[in-house]
Design a protein around this ligand. Structure first.
Ligand code: NAD
Length: 271
């Protein structure tokens, strides 16, 4: 169902790796809703060429490689994007996460600090970098909207989420802090969406993810929100209907975050 919700809006979508990626769904839906955008991902993530299929399906949109840890790459991305559109943009999706500690199976208590730095740099500081470049280049129109995806492990302990929990806490804090400054200067709004677990490449890296997905589903009155539903929520946040929402961490989790225990979970403990 398309309503031209984003007609006339231009943006950048980070993080579409394959058709399971949340960013992939956001790009597809944004295209359906009339938005124009540039796709980007780390050069190494583009080796499989999957992203080109998405670019084609979205009307041959440009694909501009950028490692989110490289200031040079992010500056180049914004220069090329503004050149392509002949001006400013209206929305950005930050859908980036990676932890070498998770990848290499390093337990939280035995973290490797070089890896830990990388986790923070890729998964959290990258948002600051993107916002700083946008701010300095005055790349976002007034009332523009930036969304970064996060997870409730920033507030509560999920042991196997490892150092990504720390990265998400930082990501959410950056969104609030930059949201203040960008709001005052340009009325640009910045929010994080805290999404239900979804089976994606990043998600499946977390130990015991299948069981965890089932647990979250049982604990959520509405069930887990899937990637398509997440995409719809992101689009609503890019639209003009949410202009006064900023500096928030918005739970999109079927109610999970406000449930202590569910009847379904209690039943599993009945002898
Ligand atoms: N899948 C879930 O259960 C879930 C739940 C809540 C939040 N999230 C968040 O959603 C976002 C998207 O993840 P996803 O689940 O769609 O998985 P995904 O693996 O499809 O996406 C992660 C993306 O990060 C990109 N990336 C990694 N290193 C990068 C770098 N140096 N520079 C630029 N890009 C880089 C990857 O190439 C990939 O496209 C992440 O922030 C993730 O933490 C996911």
């Amino acid at each position: 169902m398309a309503n031209n919700l984003l007609k006339g809006k231009k943006g950048i979508v980070f993080g579409a790796l394959n058709d399971m990626s949340i960013a992939w769904k956001v790009a597809q839906r944004a295209h359906e809703e009339g938005a124009e955008f540039v796709l980007t991902n780390a050069p190494i993530a583009m080796r499989m060429g999957e992203i080109n299929k998405l670019a084609e399906a979205c009307g041959n949109v440009p694909v501009i490689p950028a490692d989110a840890t490289s200031m040079e790459d992010i500056e180049n991305l914004f220069d090329k994007t503004m050149e392509h559109f002949g001006g400013k943009i209206d929305f950005i999706l930050h859908s980036i996460g990676m932890s070498p500690n998770v990848r290499k199976g390093k337990h939280y208590t035995e973290t490797n600090y070089d890896f830990y730095h990388k986790t923070m740099d890729i998964s959290a500081m990258s948002l600051h970098r993107v916002l700083k470049v946008a701010y300095e280049k005055d790349a976002i129109n007034d009332w523009g909207s930036v969304i970064a995806l996060t997870y409730i492990a920033a507030q509560r302990v999920f042991p196997d989420y490892n150092d990504m929990a720390d990265a998400k806490a930082l990501l959410e804090s950056i969104s609030r802090s930059f949201g203040y400054h960008y709001g005052v200067k340009k009325k640009v709004r910045i929010n994080t969406i805290s999404q239900s677990p979804v089976m994606t490449t990043a998600g499946s890296g977390v130990k015991g993810f299948d069981e965890f997905l089932a647990y979250a589903n049982d604990m959520s009155p509405l069930g887990n929100a899937d990637a398509d539903a997440c995409a719809n929520y992101v689009l609503s946040m890019f639209s003009d209907y949410t202009r006064y929402v900023t500096m928030q961490n918005l739970f999109h989790d079927g109610g999970f975050s406000n449930v202590g225990v569910s009847e379904g979970v209690i039943d599993k403990f009945k002898q």
